[in-house]
Design a protein around this ligand. Structure first.
Ligand code: FES
Ligand code: FES
Length: 152
């Protein structure tokens, strides 16, 4: 079947199977910043923004994204600069192995769009669907709070 959608602002038309997940299709089409880990909606490594909402792309059929605007981690940064959330992750030492980081960044960016001044408690809650085995969450949370403050 044919899937027509916009990915990171670019119109795309892909041939897909009806049972493929959005994660399968994005990675096959070269958008490998979206990570495959649990494939069961538990870890958040595969998070992308679909119609303005962060979702786990491993548990969403690609066909459900037909006609949608999809933003992946590749579409978060500008062509020359990191997104302020990414910059804050770098500056706060928030990245260890890095495997969970695209999902965390996508999730945080999506949340800050609607909640530009979050509390630490809110960010803790937002990351409840993003598993990280390395950082203990402290540094990523500090990074999101710093990005919300404008990098101070
Ligand atoms: S790979 Fe999708 S939630 Fe873990
Ligand atoms: S930095 Fe390694 S899993 Fe999060």
């Amino acid at each position: 079947m044919k899937l027509s959608l916009a990915v990171n602002g670019e119109p795309r038309a892909w041939e897909i199977r009806a049972n493929e997940t959005l994660l399968d299709v994005l990675r096959r089409e070269g958008l490998r910043g979206t990570k495959r880990v649990c494939e069961s909606g538990e870890c958040g490594a595969c998070a992308v923004i679909v119609k303005g909402l962060a979702v786990d792309s491993c548990i969403m059929l690609a066909a459900q994204a037909d006609g949608a605007e999809v933003i992946t981690i590749e579409g978060i940064a500008g062509p020359d600069n990191l997104h302020p959330v990414q910059q804050a992750f770098v500056e706060n030492g928030s990245i260890q192995c890095g495997f969970c980081i695209p999902g965390m960044v996508v999730t945080a960016v999506n949340y800050l769009e609607e909640h530009p001044q979050p509390s630490e408690q809110e960010i803790r809650h937002v990351f409840v669907g993003n598993l990280c085995r390395c950082t203990g969450y402290k540094k990523p949370i500090e990074a999101v709070l710093a990005a919300a403050r404008g990098g101070e």
